[in-house]
Every structure is written in C-alpha cells, then in structure tokens.
Design a protein around this ligand. Structure first.
Ligand SMILES: Nc1ncnc2c1ncn2[C@@H]1O[C@H](COP(=O)(O)OP(=O)(O)OP(=O)(O)O)[C@@H](O)[C@H]1O
Ligand SMILES: [Mg+2]
Length: 368
C-alpha cells in the first residue's frame, strides 16, 4: 500500500495541436500530474468547472484568444495559475500575458525540462495560495473555538445542574412506576425512556462543549496504533452492525507501524468521531475502512467510507465549530478532531475514498 495522497496536481492543457497534446499528456503524466485536455476556448470553459491547479494555454486557439481565456480562467479559479504558450514571441504578447494574470510565458517548441520547471514553479505558487487560505481558515476556527470555550465554561455548569436534577427525578419516577401494576407500566415506562435518552443526548453535547472549556495540559507519550484502532472498531462494532455497515481495520501490508507520539485518550476521541461520522454517512451494506501505514517519519491513518462523500462547497467549512448538515448534530465533532490533531502536530485532510465516499486522511508524528 503506498502512502495515500489527497490530490495529484491537475493540469489543464488548452491547445488545438493534437501531436503536441499527445506529447504533453505523456510527459506530464509521467511527471505525476493529472492531465485534462481542451482543444478550444469553449472546451476549456467546460473543463475549468472540474477544477485544476495550473492551466497551460496556447495563445492562438481556433475559437478565440488565449489571453482572454487566461483571464477568464483566473477569475473562475483564482487560486489556480495560468501559463501561456506561444509560437511567436513579441513584446505585445508578453505584456498581454502578464495583463491576463499569467504567471509565466513559454515559447513553443519548449524543452521538456523547461516546461516541467515552469509547471513546478506554478505549482509552488498554487500551494502558497492554498497555505495562505488554510492559515486564514485556521485563524478563524481558533477565534471561534476561543469564543466557544469562554461561553461554555459558564453555560455548561448552569445547564448541567438542572439536568442532573431532572435525571434524578426521573429515576424516582421510574422506581414509582415499577411499583404499579404490570398493565400500567409499559405505557408509562416508554415515554420515560424517551426522556432519559434525550437527557443522555444533552449530556453528551455538554461533554463535547466542555472539551473546549477545559484545555488540559498536553502530555504526549508513545501510543501503539494497532490496539488503539482495534479498540475503536470493537467499541463501534455494535453501531455498525445495527446500521448493517461493514466496519474493518486494515494495516499497511503487515509492515509494523511504529508508535505515534500523542495522548491515547485524545487520539481515541479523534478516531471515534471520524468513524462515527463515516458510519452515519454510509448507507446499509456499505463499508467503512480504517487503514494505517508509515510514510517517512509520519504515520498516516485514513477513514474511508462508501457514503455520498463531502460536497466541495462544504469542504472548507467542515472543521468549523457548529457546522453540521445533520438534524441532530452539534457540528462540534470535526472541530474537536481538528483541534486535537493540531495539538499533536499532525495534519488532517478531507478527500474522496476509493469507493467514492469521503476520505479523512490523518498524519501523526512517530514517537522517537
Ligand atoms: N464521512 C463523512 N461523509 C460525508 N459528510 C461528512 C462526513 N463526516 C462529516 N461530514 C459532514 O461534516 C459535518 C460536520 O461533522 P461533525 O462531526 O463536525 O458534526 P456532526 O457529525 O454533524 O455532529 P456531531 O459530531 O456533533 O454529532 C457533518 O454534519 C457532515 O455534513
Ligand atoms: Mg460528527
């Protein structure tokens, strides 16, 4: 099993010369890029909706001007980069290229090395944009978390006390009902059970909130992954069975995964949250798979499911506190997961699983 990647860099090539396209497709494919092809401005506009990191655009296209298309593509996908290609270099075309927002300008025919180098530079630029966005997003999440923490500290106690009192009164009521005749009991016990379930749910939500309010000291130590993953899957096995979802743990080709540096309890919380989300997203007869392996000095864990996946428009908001699409969700699960993973100096990304559902990819440092 190779280390999973969320994205291969995508290049959109817009040119109407078939021989050149064939060449390029091979060259870029071998260099690890995912290549999309468009032979006209019209096709490029359609393809741009599929998303790309860098567009290689010929200046002269059968149905329009490459610089106009470059500007359009930059507007459509601002975090992507455009490289313009031309057969004739003039000062005017170079100026037009810069004006169109292109990051580079190449003369055809260009040497493969030069092309790959230019693409690499463009990709570096794309990654910088992505990092900047990620930092801004994290700052926003941190701000929200701080606000949640402050609010929680006060509110949780205020809610927990009456909640405990209510649970206590409920037990009294249950005991009294149990003394009634067998005929009366079921009718009264059923609604009581519902109230107890709701109180449990509220208590669970409060527990989630309190995670923010009690920032405990972080004491990392080596944690063996295999037994940890096993325990999580055992714990959630009942839930998987009742949903008729197949839940499995896969280890990287038998290679031993070294212990990670972290806190077992918190890592368990991370895995439980990700696995419960995956189970909740997966329809009956589907599969949730937890895999792990080693890549350099980092251990990776993926939680894959065969559900509908995460729509692109939600991806950026997933780790925000309170973001939920579930009627009964608090939307705190993934923000807690994100906070814990960051505390562990790890990373968490969301993508698509091989089954077409969601993939959550986690990297954690190895304990030395
Ligand atoms: N495996 C998944 N597949 C599809 N969507 C997912 C998956 N995991 C999370 N999501 C989306 O992310 C949202 C936020 O998840 P999060 O765990 O933070 O909150 P929640 O599950 O809605 O509520 P809670 O975890 O508090 O019960 C979910 O509502 C769902 O829309
Ligand atoms: Mg959740």
């Amino acid at each position: 099993m190779t280390a999973p990647q969320i994205h291969r860099p995508r290049v959109l090539v817009v040119d109407d010369n078939e021989a050149f396209l064939d060449n390029l497709q091979e060259l870029l494919g071998d260099a690890g890029y995912q290549v999309d092809i468009a032979m006209s401005c019209r096709e490029a506009r359609e393809r741009a909706g599929v998303d790309f990191d860098v567009a290689l655009v010929d200046l002269r296209l059968p149905d329009g001007d490459g610089t106009v298309l470059a500007r359009e593509l930059k507007e459509k996908v601002p975090e992507a980069e455009v490289v313009l290609l031309t057969g004739f270099a003039t000062l005017e075309t170079a100026v037009a290229a810069v004006r169109a927002g292109a990051c580079a300008y190449l003369m055809k025919p260009c040497a493969p090395n030069e092309l790959l180098l230019t693409l690499e530079q463009a990709m570096r630029q794309v990654r910088l944009h992505a990092e900047k966005r990620e930092l801004a997003r994290r700052a926003q999440v941190t701000e929200k978390l701080a606000a949640v923490g402050t609010m929680t500290a006060g509110l949780s106690h205020e809610i927990r006390n009456p909640l405990n009192a209510a649970a206590l009164q409920l037990s009294v009521l249950e005991r009294r009902v149990l003394k009634l005749s067998d005929e009366l009991q079921p009718k009264l016990l059923e609604p009581l059970r519902l109230v107890r379930d709701e109180i449990r749910r509220l208590d669970h939500i409060l527990e989630d909130f309190l995670q923010f309010a009690r920032p405990r000291e972080f004491r990392p130590e080596p944690v063996e992954l295999k037994p940890l993953l096993r325990r999580v899957v055992d714990l959630l096995g009942g839930q998987a069975d009742s949903r008729r979802v197949h839940l499995e743990v896969v280890s990287d080709g038998g290679a031993s995964v070294p212990p990670v540096l972290g806190e077992e309890e918190r890592l368990r919380q991370v895995l439980i949250n990700l696995t419960i989300n995956a189970l909740e997203a997966t329809p009956a007869e589907g599969t949730v798979r937890v895999s792990s392996g080693l890549n350099g000095d980092r251990v990776w864990i993926t939680v894959d499911d065969s559900g509908p996946g995460v729509p692109p428009e939600s991806r950026d908001r997933l780790f925000e506190p309170f973001f939920t699409t579930k009627a009964q969700g608090s939307g705190l699960g993934l923000s807690i997961v994100h906070a814990i993973v960051t505390q562990h100096d790890g990373t968490l990304e969301v993508g698509t699983s091989p089954e077409g559902g969601a993939r959550f990819l986690l990297y954690l440092p190895v304990a030395r």
